[in-house]
Design a protein around this ligand. Structure first.
Ligand SMILES: NC(=O)c1ccc[n+]([C@@H]2O[C@H](COP(=O)([O-])OP(=O)(O)OC[C@H]3O[C@@H](n4cnc5c(N)ncnc54)[C@H](O)[C@@H]3O)[C@@H](O)[C@H]2O)c1
Length: 366
């Protein structure tokens, strides 16, 4: 992998967000020649996530909106990437339930602009560079809808999105396939399960529960906590994305998962155990699990996601390297040790319940 990355020029949209910032670090640490970020810095971006990257000579940051076609063209001309990783998105299902339109704008229109700019960039490349170019579209397993107790998402699972977020990502997937089919743009598409690890904005389940447990606040579990998600540590996801760019076939989709599907309640209980084991139980709390409260379920809450990553493993040799319990332990420590980063997030989000219904027909989510 290091050999494929050495000297490569890489553009990462959404690089100031959770997965993007981890991908930036992965590329820089593995010797990429140039790593540029295109990000407009919504509420979900945290400038501190790129603090280390900003000290590296190979790093560049471009503040721009992915919907803005002239800006995308200009940045592509400047960065001249071999690989584009497209992660910029509105990413939180609960916010998409409150305000769907920003999801359509960024996830659909933004992908269209970036595709158009990438196509023009690719068409102008000499043949040898054209062969190496890849547009890696980072999609989600949520485009497949919901599973019952059995079965797994695979690349040929029919698309059946059920939240505004999932629908906007599925629409962007269609555009990517269309650019590949119609114009020959070499793309690969990935559908990953639920990520966790450093730099994740604390509106998402794992960091929200960690921070609330550390603060001795109630731990709101949707419904009965029986909904199942397939969890992967973010660095394993980043490694998979790099493998897809280097070894994946153009025009192909890959589902990414670590074979780790478990009910939400089990995840929250394990976070509580880690907090207690580390001696971080909040003052006045006997054991962290006493803080768990069952709250009104998310509207249209998908029951189960589970992923069979056999194609990715077979074609690229990728294997997840991080065991769930150990990675969760490290994640709890990370949030406990990175207070300034947490405080930066708290400027735009105070941990309130999101996503019980439509709050505004338009408006901005940032
Ligand atoms: N988090 C997960 O578990 C998960 C799982 C599968 C797929 N994905 C996908 O991976 C990608 C990244 O997810 P994440 O969790 O890191 O998201 P995130 O919300 O943490 O970060 C998104 C980033 O995109 C930027 N952004 C948003 N709108 C933009 C715009 N119009 N122009 C430029 N930048 C913009 C934000 O500023 C932010 O830095 C998304 O496309 C998401 O759909 C996420």
């Amino acid at each position: 992998m290091t050999k494929d990355l050495e000297g490569s020029r890489i553009l990462i949209t959404g690089g100031a967000g959770f997965i993007g910032a981890n991908l930036v670090e992965a590329c820089l640490r593995r010797g990429a020649g140039r790593v540029a970020v295109l990000d407009c810095l919504t509420y979900a971006a945290n400038p501190l996530s790129l603090a280390w990257a900003r000290q590296q000579k190979a790093f560049a940051f471009h503040q721009a909106d992915v919907v803005d076609l002239p800006a995308c063209k200009k940045i592509l001309a400047e960065v001249h990437p071999d690989w584009v990783f497209h992660l910029a998105a509105e990413s939180h299902v609960d916010r998409s339930i409150e305000q769907p339109l920003p999801f359509v704008r960024t996830n659909v229109q933004g992908t269209a602009s970036l595709l158009q700019a990438s196509l023009l960039h690719w068409q102008a490349l000499p043949q040898s560079s054209q062969d190496r170019f890849r547009f890696v579209h980072v999609s989600t397993d949520e485009v497949f809808g919901s599973l019952e107790q059995d079965g797994y998402f695979r690349e040929d699972t029919p698309v059946a999105p059920r939240s505004p977020y999932a629908a906007s990502k599925a629409a962007s997937d269609h555009l990517v396939r269309a650019y590949g089919h119609t114009y020959g743009l070499p793309y690969s598409m990935t559908h990953c399960g639920n990520n966790f690890g450093p730099y994740q904005f604390p509106e998402k389940l794992i960091p929200l529960m960690i921070l609330r447990a550390l603060q001795g606040k109630s731990l709101p579990v949707y419904g009965q906590g029986i909904n199942i998600r397939d969890w992967i540590q973010v660095e394993d996801h980043c490694q998979a994305l790099l493998q897809v760019a280097a070894r994946g076939r153009a025009g192909q989709a890959y589902v990414i998962g670590a074979r780790n599907d478990r009910p939400n309640l089990e995840v929250v209980e394990e976070i509580c155990e880690v907090v207690d084991r580390l001696g971080l139980t909040a003052p006045g709390v006997r054991q962290s699990r006493d803080l768990i409260r069952f709250v009104e379920d998310r509207p249209g809450h998908d029951f189960r996601y589970a992923i069979d990553p056999a194609k990715l493993e077979r074609e690229t040799g990728w294997r997840p390297q991080r065991e769930f319990s150990q990675a969760l332990h490290e994640t709890v420590l990370w949030y406990q040790e990175n207070q300034p980063w947490v405080e930066e997030c708290e400027k735009s989000y105070a941990g309130q319940r999101l996503g019980l219904g439509l709050t505004s027909p338009g408006g901005k989510s940032s």
